[in-house]
Ligand binder design. Structure first.
Ligand code: UGA
Length: 451
């Protein structure tokens, strides 16, 4: 029997999962409550940037294997496996995850299912305990003649590599309460299993926690190296060499040890804050404080960029007003506004936060990002968004590099020497050869290096 698959929620995760399931050979329907989203997805138009995904969606819409609908009743009568991929955004003030969409999607799906047997599979990132609660909810919805069950199967894709990470995951984690549910998921992922992809079969709580633990661990690596940046900024030393040297130890590994302006995006910051709230609710105060400190180390990197800007630009400030910021009236170019390269995502972006704070302190900020200008302008319209590095840097008193796009990594002093008003630079991602810039007459500050 070939399985019919539905994916509820067609945001980043859901649209990717639906297209990749079609690529694996299944007939797939993506469901969303937003009719406009359904229309544009059916044309292969995505409201976000993800390399390869629009092409994959168009390919399978054309092949007839992938459709989109707003009709939950249609998929309830049709699909054997339903993936829940709706968002769990941060609640105001970072006080946990908003479960409204997951709860609503699961309830309306369970009500709509009319097949004799169906499996609901949670993919969204949720506080531990959610799967058990939803399992009871789903079971209560159906009488015994419908075999409806629930499993948890977290997603580990990275923005920028979403298709590859979904089609060729480095592991698959499934939390189930019944052997038959696990077997059904083995059928769904048969192709990955043929390639010997590690398969972790476990309970609901472990499956939910693996996802947040993985993100918390990645965030810890970044905050660890950034905590050492504070040390090398104080006593001297080279943070990148330090990261290389400890990274040669296979137990440590070099990945996610790039010191800089820290982590942002729609996942790491939100997930560690939701985890803080959840462990706090469970009375685990020490774990909560550990996560809290990690978050603070991360946010302090943004403060460091602001204080470096003030220090660099304060050189010619002769006033005495304590409330005056040295960046006031200065022209500052911000290169990179997305939370990382290969993405147009500006959620919790360090670059956007810094640009906004410089603007609020009175600077004239001009921004260039290869993909992120439009999204950033929706959130912070008052910055000056321009279409090239040189345009951003024209007449600047200070250039700040906040996202390590390739075109910024290749920047040479000669590209900007005659463009800027003052040769002053903050490389907040440590990607430029500082000595070369110094030789060309630039003052250049990098995070993790004494200034
Ligand atoms: C992250 C995880 O890496 C994925 O495994 C996970 O599935 C995803 O969240 C999710 O929960 O959906 P993503 O948000 O796409 O993926 O971004 P990352 O590549 O992890 O980067 C996160 C942030 O850390 C970026 O702002 C990046 O610039 C920063 N970073 C990364 C550093 O500052 N230093 C590093 O060494 C690495």
């Amino acid at each position: 029997m070939t399985l019919n698959i539905s994916v509820i929620g067609t945001g980043y995760l859901g649209a990717t999962h639906a297209a990749c399931m079609a690529e694996l050979g299944f007939d797939v329907i993506g469901v969303d409550v937003d009719p406009e989203k359904i229309d544009s997805l059916s044309r292969g138009d995505l409201p976000f940037h993800e390399p390869g995904l629009p092409e994959l969606i168009r390919k399978h819409v054309d092949s007839g294997r992938l459709r989109f609908t707003t009709d939950m009743g249609e998929v309830g009568a049709w699909a054997d496996v339903h993936f829940i991929a709706v968002g769990t955004p941060q609640l105001p003030g970072g006080t946990g995850a908003d479960m409204t969409y997951v709860d609503a999607a699961t309830t309306s799906l369970a009500q709509a299912i009319t097949k004799d047997r169906a499996l609901i599979v949670g993919k969204s990132t949720v506080p531990v305990g959610t799967a058990a609660r939803l399992y009871d909810l789903v079971k209560a919805e159906k009488n015994d003649d419908v075999d409806l069950s629930l499993a948890w199967n977290p997603e580990f894709l990275r923005e920028g590599f979403a298709v590859k990470d979904t089609v060729e995951p480095d592991r698959l984690v499934v939390g189930t309460r019944h052997e038959a549910d696990e077997q059904l998921l083995r059928e769904v992922y048969a192709e990955a299993l043929d390639r010997s992809t590690p398969w972790v079969s476990t309970d609901f709580e472990t499956a939910e926690l693996v996802k947040v633990a993985a993100n918390a661990f990645l965030a810890t690596k970044i905050s660890f190296i950034n905590a050492f940046s504070e040390v090398t900024e104080t006593v001297g030393g080279d943070i990148a060499t330090l990261a290389d040297a400890i990274g040669f130890d296979e137990r440590i590994g070099r990945k996610f040890l790039n010191a800089g302006v820290g982590f942002g995006g729609g996942c790491l910051p939100k997930d560690i804050r939701a985890l803080q709230t959840r462990v706090g609710e469970l009375g685990l105060d020490h774990t909560m404080r550990f996560l809290n400190e990690m978050d603070h180390i991360n946010l302090r990197r943004r403060d460091r960029v602001i204080s470096l800007a003030e220090e660099i630009l304060g050189g010619d400030y002769a006033g005495t007003d304590e409330n005056h910021s040295a960046v006031e009236g200065k022209r500052i170019a911000v290169l990179g506004i997305t939370f990382k390269p290969l993405s147009d995502d500006v959620r919790d972006s360090p670059g956007l936060d810094i640009a906004g704070r410089l603007y609020n302190a009175g600077a004239d900020v001009s921004v260039y990002d290869p993909q992120g200008n439009a999204n950033a302008a929706k959130r912070f319209p008052r910055l000056g968004y321009v279409d090239s590095m040189t345009e951003a840097a024209r007449g600047a008193d200070l250039v700040v590099l906040t996202t390590e796009w390739n075109e910024f990594k290749q920047l040479a002093p000669a590209d900007l020497n005659e463009v800027v008003a003052k040769r002053q630079f903050i490389d907040a991602r440590n990607v430029l050869p500082a000595p070369e810039w110094e030789q060309a007459g630039w003052t250049i500050a990098q995070l993790g290096r004494k200034f």
